[in-house]
Write a protein that binds this ligand. Structure first.
Ligand SMILES: Nc1ncnc2c1ncn2[C@@H]1O[C@H](COP(=O)(O)OP(=O)(O)OP(=O)(O)O)[C@@H](O)[C@H]1O
Ligand SMILES: [Mg+2]
Length: 391
């Protein structure tokens, strides 16, 4: 019999870490939330908040060794992943595995694993390490195409290139906005897809791999705008997504929830990438499912049972964004938003906003998907985020 509670260390204290912290505390766990600034969302609810540079291997290893958590749970990509490998070798549990955090942080590594090792269908792609190579491979991929730094997230450093004369600018943007020192880019054909899907996949230590009903979503400039669940799809496509997600997560190993991203183009299922952790588009599960993606992640990490996953009502989420720089964050419109039935507003409590920063989310349930989406849209647009003048 395992003895609870456990001590969990969450690396990254954003809105996803905050929900994970709340779920962990509900089952009595002690949570240590880490981030680069004080007062980050998860720190506001954690037992302990630690400010550190998580890209600094020594700093990261020092806090893990000092507090000796039962599990180290990465919530963000930008981490000293090599340090996590050593930590794992010392006997600490890294979720899902140190190798998975390293592979998924690099677009080339996850793409090589999916496409070359496992033979999974992806967009046509090639790599380039300088401008000349970029020109050469772009001729093969054909325009329009996307240029992405191998290490970046939320669409940073990505360009849509329609013709050869824009390649140089795309290269420079990728180099400016890439995370880390790599000078490699991935060039991808631009897919004209019908739908984007996140398939939340739960890998358990002592149980079969489970899947949540598909989540549909819309992205703009690399950031999600709205998501909904369940997205109906032919069972053949759902089965294909499940089998791809199982193949990749089996290879990555460990336990926990993964957000596996796909494009649907007519009958085709095309793998995009995955997060070895709860996915932002999965915030909708806070209202749609009997167990949210955060509760599922925790249960998988802690080896607790997951008897069933249900999504009883079509539901939707819509993001609430900051427009411009805001230092003293205030908002209005909660009365109007909450008058909408079966609707919740989550405000993440970020201390400041910048243009396009996600500050909160509206969640709605409906009798059908369209109704849920309309309600979430209306609720999100009722909220105004602004700078409060000092008294
Ligand atoms: N080959 C492609 N064809 C068409 N659209 C694409 C392609 N690759 C990416 N996109 C669009 O750009 C979005 C972001 O791309 P991707 O997921 O690769 O980047 P990211 O920076 O890792 O984003 P995030 O970290 O938010 O998941 C996708 O969700 C999709 O909308
Ligand atoms: Mg993505």
């Amino acid at each position: 019999m395992t003895i609870f509670p456990k001590t969990l260390m969450i690396l990254g204290s954003g809105e996803l870490g905050k929900e994970l912290t709340i779920a962990a505390q509900r089952i009595g766990c002690m949570v240590i939330a880490c981030d680069k600034y004080n007062g980050a969302p998860a720190m506001q609810v954690a037992d302990l908040g630690i400010v550190l540079d998580m890209n600094n291997a020594i700093e990261l290893q020092n806090v893990i060794r000092k507090y000796r958590p039962d599990a180290v749970i990465p919530e963000i990509e930008a981490l000293a992943v090599e340090a996590l490998k050593e930590i794992e070798q010392e006997g600490f549990k890294v979720i899902p595995t140190a190798r998975a955090t390293a592979i998924t942080m690099n677009r080339d590594q996850i793409r090589n694993l999916a496409s070359e090792k496992l033979g999974i269908k992806t967009a046509n792609f090639a790599y380039a390490s300088n401008k000349e190579e970029l020109e050469k491979v772009s001729e093969k991929i054909k325009y329009p195409l996307l240029v992405k730094p191998v290490m970046s997230s939320s669409g940073k450093g990505q360009s849509l290139v329609k013709a050869k004369d824009s390649l140089s600018k795309a290269w420079e943007l990728a180099m400016q906005q890439a995370r880390g020192k790599s000078t490699k880019v991935i060039v991808e054909e631009l897919l004209n897809f019908d739908l984007e899907i996140t398939l939340l996949t739960i890998k358990q230590a002592n149980g079969e791999t489970l899947f949540c009903p598909p989540i549909g979503h819309v992205q703009k400039d690399g950031d999600y705008q709205c998501s909904w669940q369940p997205q109906n799809l032919p069972s053949k496509q759902i089965e294909e997504m499940k089998s791809i997600a199982k193949m990749i997560t089996d290879d990555l190993g460990g336990e926990g929830l993964f957000g596996v991203e796909f494009f649907i183009r007519k009958e085709e299922v095309i793998f995009s990438e995955l997060s070895p952790r709860p996915h932002d588009t999965g915030l909708v599960t806070l209202i749609s499912q009997n167990l949210s993606e955060f509760e599922l992640h925790l249960r998988a990490i802690l080896g607790l049972p997951i008897p069933e996953i249900t999504c009883a009502h079509p539901s939707a989420s819509k993001v609430i964004l900051s427009t411009g720089e805001i230092n003293n964050v205030s908002y209005t419109g909660l009365e109007k938003a909450l008058r909408i039935k079966n609707t919740q507003i989550l405000f993440f409590g970020k201390p400041n906003g910048k243009d396009g920063r996600r500050m909160g989310v509206a969640l709605s349930k409906g009798t059908n998907l369209q109704e849920a989406k309309n309600k979430a849209d209306k609720a999100a647009s009722s909220i105004e985020v602004f700078e409060k003048e000092p008294n």
